[in-house]
Design a binder for this molecule. Structure first.
Ligand code: FAD
Ligand code: NA7
Length: 463
């Protein structure tokens, strides 16, 4: 009997956690050789890191692939680092001392790499290879996967796999709604997926559509970089933060328009009948679950939810009944790195035969119970409690070895956000795993412009 063959798609935090636990357990001798799967990890970018690998590109890349990156310059962690810290690799271990609770993107990326380098994971990733199609062949009882070698511009021969682990992320294909008149709006219209720099908003009046994390950050970053005003337009409910005077909220935009003369501005009308003069439109309207390479019957669809339907343990794709397609990181996210990590260890235990699946009926009932509970979760507090239970359940099932519940940190973070949305990233938390209390940042978030690791570390030391 040959060992199971696994196709792992994507080398972001989720995919790398699968490689991490597999290699860790292999080195610990915890997996019998006959249970060790043969994993091939395909990553379409030229390096590991997923969204944390910044790219200046937008649209399509040099190989004609859709650009994966949705992160922009000047992105600081939106949650405290203490809420995403790996228990077996703390920030203190990585940086050799305390750092503030809200680091910029480069510092988080550096931290991720520190953990990946512990087991020299990069050579295990086949970079610049984009998965083009995944089909399940019932006759062979295998997945058939076609991959494109981007550098050679060549489709490789189809390969058979017993399992597919999809870690391709779901904050990469923008959800782009239409608003009446938008095709004649005289200013720039962009989705946050394509945002890279905030400098162009200096001196401008900005309309932000959306009322979630991207909308919040777009409003603050625009102001930070000199926008004169920001109007945020919500579909369901306002963010209702204590905004600076230059930021306001309106109900849903119903129409936009403007004057075609060069240099003239535009306007937006809202469902309460009010109007605003605007120069730019930022669509902070979220992302689509978009897996065009997966066969129809394997594709997860729908909105961004804490528990997408049809996934046992939020991971095993139930439709079709072969239970050998897994999705990691497909949830909406309060917990991030540690949630992916618990999911990854659960996945590794399943792939190596240490976790056995219950009957189809039991799996469907379990998934449905989570879906039903998620539907009843409305407030941030309830959502955090929900995801905590989800993560802890996965960790318990997979013998994770640490208590991943950091709900208290998230509750406190929500309180800070409600107190003052402009200063919550300047607050400090204590680490559950190192015991270390974070120092204040070198500069307040609303003043910090240089997002480089060097500058961040220098400003920490300057404190
Ligand atoms: P991703 O990071 O998206 O990685 C998926 C990988 O799959 C990519 O490398 C991609 O190239 C690859 N891939 C996709 N399709 C294919 C294919 N067909 N073939 C081969 N490879 C493929 N989280 C936080 O914890 N803190 C934050 O401050 C934070 N800020 C965020 C800001 C923005 C703007 C966005 C969009 C997200 C943010 N997140 C944040 C959440 C983020 O989703 C997670 O931190 C994390 O990156 C998800 O990891 P992942 O591995 O599941 O997916
Ligand atoms: P989210 O959290 O999925 O939020 C999307 C927002 O966009 C949400 O407020 C939606 O309103 C709004 N939306 C979606 N469609 C429309 C239309 N048609 N009209 C108006 N508003 C709309 O995405 P984010 O980009 O904010 O965050 C994703 C990740 O990136 C997150 O994990 C962060 O870490 C960064 P709704 O409330 O559904 O009515």
């Amino acid at each position: 009997m040959t060992n199971k063959r696994v196709c792992l798609i994507g080398a972001g935090p989720s995919g790398m956690s699968v490689l991490y636990h597999l290699e860790r357990l292999r080195l610990e001798g915890a997996i019998a050789p006959e249970n060790l799967p043969e994993v091939t990890c395909y990553e379409k970018q030229d390096d590991c890191g997923g969204l944390w690998k910044y790219t200046w590109r937008t649209g399509t890349d040099e190989y004609g692939e859709n650009v994966h990156g949705s992160m922009y310059r000047s992105l600081w962690s939106n949650g405290p680092k203490e809420a995403l810290e790996y228990p077996d690799y703390t920030f203190e271990q990585h940086f050799g001392g305390p750092i503030p609770s809200f680091p910029p993107r480069e510092a988080l990326r550096d931290y991720l790499w520190g953990r990946w380098n512990k087991y020299n994971l990069k050579p295990m990733v086949t970079l610049l290879h984009s998965v083009q199609s995944v089909n399940f062949d019932p006759a062979k009882d295998k997945f058939t996967v076609v991959v494109k070698d981007l550098k050679q511009n060549k489709l490789l021969d189809a390969k058979d796999f017993d399992f597919v682990v999809n870690c391709s992320g779901h904050f990469s294909t923008p959800n782009v709604p239409y608003f009446k008149g938008i095709e004649r709006f005289p200013g720039r219209v962009m989705h946050t997926h394509d945002l890279r720099s905030w400098r162009e908003f200096s001196g401008k009046r900005v309309l932000v559509v959306g009322a979630s994390y991207s909308a919040e950050d777009s409003a603050l970053q625009s102001i930070k970089f000199g926008a004169t005003s920001v109007v945020c337009s919500y579909r369901s409910k306002p963010m209702d933060f204590r905004w600076p005077d230059s930021v306001s909220e309106r109900p849903l935009v119903t129409e936009v328009g403007g004057d075609d003369r060069v240099g003239a501005g535009g306007w937006a009308r809202f469902s309460d009948g009010s109007m605003e003069q605007i120069d730019y439109i930022i669509l902070a309207t979220g992302y689509l679950h978009h897996y065009p390479y997966l066969a129809e019957q394997l594709r997860l669809r729908g909105p961004n939810l804490l528990y997408p339907a049809g996934l046992y343990k939020g991971t095993v794709w139930l439709a079709g009944g072969n239970n050998r397609l897994l999705y990691l990181g497909a949830q909406d996210q309060y917990y991030t790195y540690t949630m992916f990590d618990a999911q990854a260890l659960w996945t590794v235990r399943y792939l190596t035969g240490a976790i056995q699946l219950p009957s189809s009926a039991e799996m469907a009932a379990d998934a449905k119970a989570w879906v039903n509970r998620a539907a009843l979760s409305k407030t941030d507090q309830e959502n955090i409690a929900f995801q905590t239970d989800f993560v802890v359940d996965l960790a318990n099932q997979s013998n994770y070895g640490y208590d991943l519940d950091v709900s208290k940190i998230f509750y406190e973070w929500e309180d800070h956000r409600a107190e003052d949305i402009t200063t919550y990233k300047d607050r400090q938390f204590g680490s559950k795993f190192s015991g270390q209390q974070a120092p204040p940042p070198g500069q307040p978030f609303m003043k910090a412009i240089d997002d480089s690791l060097e500058h961040f570390l220098a400003s920490c030391q300057g404190k």
